[in-house]
Design a protein around this ligand. Structure first.
Ligand SMILES: [Fe+2]
Length: 167
């Protein structure tokens, strides 16, 4: 029984530490998305980025609430992955000059972020379930499906934009 409790305690710390990283990640995405919106030329792509920016602000608030609930305050812990992905995205924006290729590159950069987010929330949701935090799991699953939907929208747009860029 003691061992079991120690494991739960450990997983809870792992869980809250990774919530702090998710919080950092979402804040950084709200700062990166305006740059993608500014450089996108396809109107559907601009709209998709704009819509996901609104959703991302909701994710910031949702993760912040979870942290306050568990720790009494919302703190960040550096998400090194998002630092790398946003650096890649801004390097791409600087390097690609052709507009149709730029849209392709922006979609690629954004989808890498979405895939990382899907992995982050899928993991957090499973840990919440293991900890018996059903309400957390429901919130995290809702965020996860918004990320999956954002990824699907980008895939749909890329089918058209990629053809233009390749022409
Ligand atoms: Fe998000």
């Amino acid at each position: 029984m003691k061992l079991f409790s120690a494991d739960i305690q450990d997983l809870r710390t792992l869980y809250t530490t990774n919530l702090k990283k998710a919080y950092d990640m979402e804040i950084k995405i709200t700062k990166a998305l305006p740059d993608l919106i500014e450089h996108a030329t396809d109107t559907d792509l601009m709209d998709a980025f704009q819509q996901h920016l609104e959703q991302t602000r909701g994710h910031v608030a949702a993760v912040e609430n979870l942290l306050i609930r568990h720790l009494g305050e919302a703190q960040t812990e550096t998400c090194k992955v998002i630092n790398g992905l946003t650096t890649e995205a801004s390097d791409t924006i600087k390097d690609v000059t052709d507009t149709s290729v730029c849209d392709i590159a922006l979609i690629g950069a954004a989808q890498q972020v979405e895939h990382h987010e899907i992995a982050v929330y899928g993991t957090l949701r499973r840990w919440a379930e293991l900890l018996g935090l059903e309400e957390d799991a429901t919130i995290l699953e809702a965020i996860e499906s918004e990320e999956e939907n954002a990824d699907a929208v980008l895939s749909e747009i890329s089918e058209r934009v990629n053809l233009v860029g390749a022409a």
